[in-house]
Write a protein that binds this ligand. Structure first.
Ligand SMILES: CC(C)(COP(=O)(O)OP(=O)(O)OC[C@H]1O[C@@H](n2cnc3c(N)ncnc32)[C@H](O)[C@@H]1OP(=O)(O)O)[C@@H](O)C(=O)NCCC(=O)NCCS
Length: 321
């Protein structure tokens, strides 16, 4: 893939799939770009305990894009396919090259990927206070809707009423993936996060917790644990969690979060982190009652401008970062 785009001061920018030799520089650019944007004192070491680039590339090299400008790496973006739903990020450009339409070159290719994957809806998480970010994504048909809160709390001792994906044999793992797919499909048609469960398992990033009600799966949570994952040091991060809709959903959500905390304690982690869209009013209120506090908030932008699975009765945790 190569998408030459004429650019303000640069002769041309081309976009191609990320390759292994790009990873270290792409990771440096991700840190320096976010570190610069938020005004961190040492941008190069911004959130250096968290990993996105190596892990997402390993999970899906085809969804990882780089932009080259004048022969060197200028930025990158990661597209993720969750079945019928797609999202992208982290999208970053080297700060000295900002405002030269490099992000837009990456986004053109990202939209091509969504089209190829035939996703029905797409989304992203961005800085709600930044007119540049909102304006940039609106150009590609994304519309700002509810805030998404990134919340955290200290880990308390809890009882787990769940099983672990890592304890299953190969045959049972295949069945569980299908049960997870059925559960998410019952929330939003075609939603499928098996790639996240596989990535955590294949790369030893954490654990997937499974909560059963008799023979059927009531809820599951894909957790990243500790440094070198999306969680970072001392943290258990719920990358995605979902509860089967119905009258028992809130109670099952509570039990699922107990199991996530029990996992964190077992791994010696002191902090829980999870994102929830405020359009999921029931889940958000429950997180507050449980003692989660918001550390940062951004806005979810949707394409098309409709709720997707950010609805009041949906007990899902994720944040599209
Ligand atoms: C956000 C980021 C990726 C943008 O990259 P970039 O290459 O500078 O962006 P581009 O030059 O392609 O696009 C900028 C666009 O923003 C929009 N924009 C800027 N200011 C705007 C404003 N006040 N109102 C509306 N739109 C605005 C314009 O559409 C502009 O495009 P134009 O050149 O056609 O006018 C880059 O600044 C970055 O790496 N930031 C730090 C990390 C980050 O925040 N990543 C995104 C997280 S969601």
């Amino acid at each position: 893939m190569s998408t030459p785009v004429q650019n303000k001061q640069l002769t041309s920018v081309s976009v191609r799939p990320m390759r292994e030799p790009d990873l270290a520089e792409a990771r440096r650019i991700v840190r320096v770009a976010f570190g610069t944007f938020v005004g961190a004192p040492d941008p190069e070491s911004f959130q250096a305990d968290r990993e996105y680039v190596f892990t997402r590339w390993r999970a899906d090299p085809g969804g990882s894009l780089v932009a080259e400008a004048n022969g060197s790496l200028a930025g990158s973006n990661f597209a993720t396919k969750w079945g019928s739903f797609g999202f992208f990020g982290p999208l970053t450009v080297r700060p000295e090259l900002w405002d030269r339409r490099i992000a837009q070159s990456l986004l053109v290719s990202t939209m091509d990927l969504f089209e190829k994957w035939e996703v029905r809806e797409a989304g992203l998480f961005t800085f709600a206070h930044s007119p540049k970010h909102i304006g940039l994504y609106q150009k590609f048909g994304f519309w700002p809707r509810f805030l998404t809160a990134i919340m955290s709390k200290d880990v308390n001792k809890r009882d787990a009423s769940s099983t672990k994906y890592s304890a299953l044999n190969e045959h049972d793992r295949a069945e569980v993936l299908s049960a997870c797919r059925q559960l998410t499909d019952s929330i939003h048609e075609g939603l499928d996060v098996t790639s996240e469960i596989r990535s955590v398992w294949d790369q030893s990033l954490g654990e997937t917790i499974l909560m059963w009600g008799g023979d059927s799966l009531d809820a599951f949570a894909v957790c990243h644990c500790g440094e070198g994952t999306e969680a970072g040091k001392n943290t258990c991060y719920v990358k995605f969690a979902a509860v089967r809709p119905g009258p028992g959903a809130e109670n099952n959500f509570d039990r699922l979060l107990d199991s996530c905390e029990a996992l964190a304690a077992e791994c010696g982690l002191r902090r829980m982190e999870a994102g929830v869209n405020l359009g999921r009013g029931g889940a958000y209120r429950h997180m507050l009652q449980r003692g989660f506090r918001t550390d940062i908030q951004g806005v979810a932008m949707h394409k098309p401008d409709s709720a997707a699975y950010n609805r009041p009765d949906v007990f899902v945790l994720d944040d599209w970062r």
